[in-house]
Design a protein around this ligand. Structure first.
Ligand code: UTP
Length: 487
């Protein structure tokens, strides 16, 4: 007689047969490998965890993604010049026209802002969602607060621009995508900061999906003996998440036509930029991206290309770009042939989002990102499966790129301080230096006890969105850097 029966406890139950058979169909039966060592509660958790997975869909994605991983892709071509609005060719008159056109659409309630905030931020190494991060500006504001205040500022500018004697207030709806890893903490942060002055009703949180992490032979990695390791399905999971949360209907119901979509980790992001929106409307395209010029050929950024002869616009990762192509020069422009870096700043029509939400869903090829994954065997190398926001571009009937200056609009916060680039410290300095230039241009003076390249001024987004309206505050005033300018 076994010890178990001798001591009065029941004999071990085998795993539920039907579930085990289903797992076997997909070669994933190892998920039950430690069944005999689990307590009854843990067994229940494991069964629930497996039952929550759409095994046939996941199996299709794993097989298709592993099969196509590393295969040579179709040849690429540079993006035609006519597809890009460059900084140097843009006239003042055009900028003003697009700014006004954008503000008008905003005051008509046609723009929503969509934040991608479901990433785990592993490189930054903070346990909080990235948006909660304080990058060390004099104000101590978090990334979320900087973005919320830029929305408040654009709302005010749009209301002022209506100029029709009405007292109608302008509201930009803010959709915030989280994941199971960031959702609760993000909501709590917004609530505890009273939505940074925004109306709680103008913010909608929704969650993206997750997908199991796999070993290189496609087997599920177990995070614990009773839970499959999962990760968010990439920022391109936004399309499916918008659909399953019925937010595309919500947008239509609110009369929203355009969606400004961006990543959480850019301290200089111009959320709801009226100029970009005005350009987008003027071009009449379905999808557009702000791009910055690649800093040097081997810079580790993805670039926009055309896939195949005359093919659709898409992004290739730096690792996929042959070094000789990466350094090739366009003799006519003197720029790199592949120079338009993707910085995750996009504009879409709601119509296009609807189209993509149905199209991408059927796409079973995900990107495989090799990562260290916590597992029952300790930290193990495996793959996270992800879709990317730019995977939608090849589906777009018409596209455009809009160049912006990196020192004005791109201050990435990717790595922890102490790393060589894209840290909170480097982002803070980019903000301080840009705002110092605004203050000087508005007639202010700066004194500083550390070299100016290592300090600067912070301008509250409540005072100015992009350097405008600072003269009354700054002209003739001497400021000691670092400091914050606010009302
Ligand atoms: P990154 O690719 O930099 O990933 O995300 P990450 O998760 O923030 O950081 P690491 O790689 O773990 O260090 C770019 C943007 O896409 C969002 C992120 O929140 C960030 O705004 N993102 C990423 C999602 O919304 N969901 C995802 O599944 C992945």
């Amino acid at each position: 007689m076994s010890d178990l029966i001798m001591d009065g406890s029941s004999p071990p139950q085998p795993p539920p047969q039907a579930l085990l058979e289903r797992l076997k169909d997909y070669g994933q039966e190892d998920a039950f490998a430690l069944w005999n060592e689990l307590s009854p509660e843990e067994r229940l958790l494991l069964v629930k965890d497996i039952e929550s997975l759409d095994l046939s869909r996941i199996d299709r994605i794993i097989r298709c993604s592993i099969r196509s991983h590393g295969l040579p892709a179709a040849a690429i071509e540079p993006v035609p010049e006519s597809n890009v609005s460059t900084v140097e060719e843009r006239t003042l008159e055009e900028r003003e026209r697009w700014w006004k056109l954008g503000l008008k659409a905003i005051s008509d309630g046609k723009l929503a802002v969509l934040l991608l905030s479901g990433g785990q931020g592993t490189r930054l190494g903070s346990s909080d969602p990235k948006g909660c991060f304080n990058i060390g500006l004099p104000s101590g504001k978090s990334l979320f607060q900087l973005q919320a205040e830029r929305i408040l500022c654009v709302q005010r500018l749009a209301a002022e621009a209506m100029n029709d004697g009405s007292t109608r207030s302008v509201q930009i709806h803010w959709y915030i995508m989280t994941s199971p890893f960031t959702d609760e903490a993000t909501r709590r942060f917004f609530e505890s900061h009273k939505f940074f002055g925004l109306d709680a009703d103008q913010v909608t949180f929704f969650q993206q999906g997750t997908i199991p992490c796999v070993s290189n032979d496609g087997k599920f990695i177990m995070e614990t003996p009773y839970r499959v390791a999962k990760s968010p399905d990439g920022n391109g999971g936004v399309y499916a998440a918008l659909k399953s949360s019925k937010l595309l209907e919500d947008m239509s119901m609110r009369g929203i036509k355009y969606v400004d979509c961006y990543g959480v980790d850019n301290a200089l992001v111009r959320v709801a930029d009226p100029t970009f929106l005005g350009y987008f409307i003027y071009k009449g395209v379905s999808a557009a991206a702000k791009v910055v010029r690649k800093a040097y050929p081997q810079e580790k950024v993805g670039v926009f290309v055309r896939r195949g002869k005359g093919g659709p616009l898409t992004v290739v990762e730096y690792s996929e770009l042959d070094p000789s192509l990466a350094s090739a020069i366009n003799q006519q422009t003197g720029r790199l042939r592949f120079c338009w870096s993707n910085v995750c700043l996009h504009m879409f029509t709601v119509d296009f989002l609807n189209q993509v939400a149905n199209g991408l869903e059927k796409d079973s090829i995900y990107h495989l990102a090799e990562k260290t994954i916590p597992s029952v065997q300790g930290h193990t190398i495996g793959y996270k499966l992800e879709q990317f926001i730019f995977d939608a571009f090849p589906y777009a009937p018409s596209t455009a790129l809009f160049e912006v200056l990196r020192e004005e609009e791109f201050a990435p916060v990717k790595n922890a301080n102490g790393s060589t680039f894209d840290t909170p410290d480097s982002a803070k300095l980019l903000v301080l230096r840009l705002h110092a230039r605004w203050v000087v241009a508005a007639g202010g003076f700066l004194t500083h006890s550390v070299p100016l390249y290592a300090t600067g001024v912070e301008v509250s987004p409540l005072c100015s969105y992009a350097g405008e309206n600072l003269e009354p505050i700054c002209r003739g005033r001497t400021l000691h850097a670092p400091c914050e300018i606010t009302f």
